[in-house]
Design a protein around this ligand. Structure first.
Ligand SMILES: Nc1ncnc2c1ncn2[C@@H]1O[C@H](COP(=O)(O)OP(=O)(O)OP(=O)(O)O)[C@@H](O)[C@H]1O
Ligand SMILES: [Mg+2]
Length: 200
């Protein structure tokens, strides 16, 4: 921490922004294997929230890796730094009043706990997009499993790097059992119940 820096006092507080938006803000952190359906569900949920007048933004891991984190690779250190950056952005978007949906593999528990610390437990909703590795591999929407199995890419989660599933997620969506509509509707209902609930 730099002792010469101070947190600035904002005249407009997150609670003022929630009043303006007419709903609360939170972070939905989608974690799961590549191909489990995080981006697909994130997009579908965002569309449905938009139609309901709920302000949201989908922070997709793939997009961020092409910009904010384009200097990073897939080592344990770089994955951790990538998650730290995403969590800081999610925290800022959340403070701006948005329902912020993060879609990124985030395979390590310790990294997700770091994200929880940055965002704060109260606003951090871990959602496990669960799907058997074989099913993800069969879907292989970006051809990445094929590349990982044939040695064209390394450090790929589920192939030569581990995935640590959440132990107590707020919600689990098994996409090898629920279809896209069922999984996204379940998440939409969950979000609406949280952001529209009576202020305590
Ligand atoms: N029930 C389901 N939920 C979500 N996606 C599904 C489902 N059934 C089939 N799919 C398909 O699985 C694929 C999931 O790909 P998607 O890009 O959303 O995964 P991802 O988790 O974002 O992967 P990555 O971590 O590589 O970005 C899509 O092609 C989608 O159409
Ligand atoms: Mg994705």
């Amino acid at each position: 921490m730099n002792k010469n820096l101070n947190w600035q006092k904002h005249a407009i507080k997150p609670i003022d922004r929630e009043r303006l938006m007419e709903h609360k803000s939170l972070v939905i952190w989608l974690t799961g294997l590549s191909g489990s359906g995080k981006s697909t569900i994130g997009n579908s949920v965002e569309k449905q929230l938009y139609q309901k007048g709920i302000h949201s933004y989908l922070l997709d891991g793939d997009d961020l890796r092409q910009g904010l984190s384009k200097d990073l690779g897939f080592s344990e250190h770089d994955r951790s730094e990538n998650i730290r950056r995403i969590a800081e952005v999610a925290h800022t978007l959340r403070q701006s009043g948005l329902v912020t949906i993060v879609s990124t593999i985030s395979p390590y528990k310790s990294n997700r706990e770091l994200a929880r610390d940055i965002i704060s437990d109260h606003f951090f909703h871990e959602v496990y997009i669960s799907c058997a590795l074989e099913v993800c591999e069969q879907r292989d929407p970006k051809g990445l499993y094929h590349k990982a199995r044939s040695g064209q890419i390394s450090q790929f989660t589920g192939v030569d790097q581990p995935y640590e599933p959440p132990t107590s997620p707020k919600l689990t969506l098994p996409t090898d059992k629920l279809n896209i509509e069922q999984a996204s509707l379940t998440l939409v209902h969950y979000i609406v119940s949280k952001v529209k609930e009576a202020r305590s």
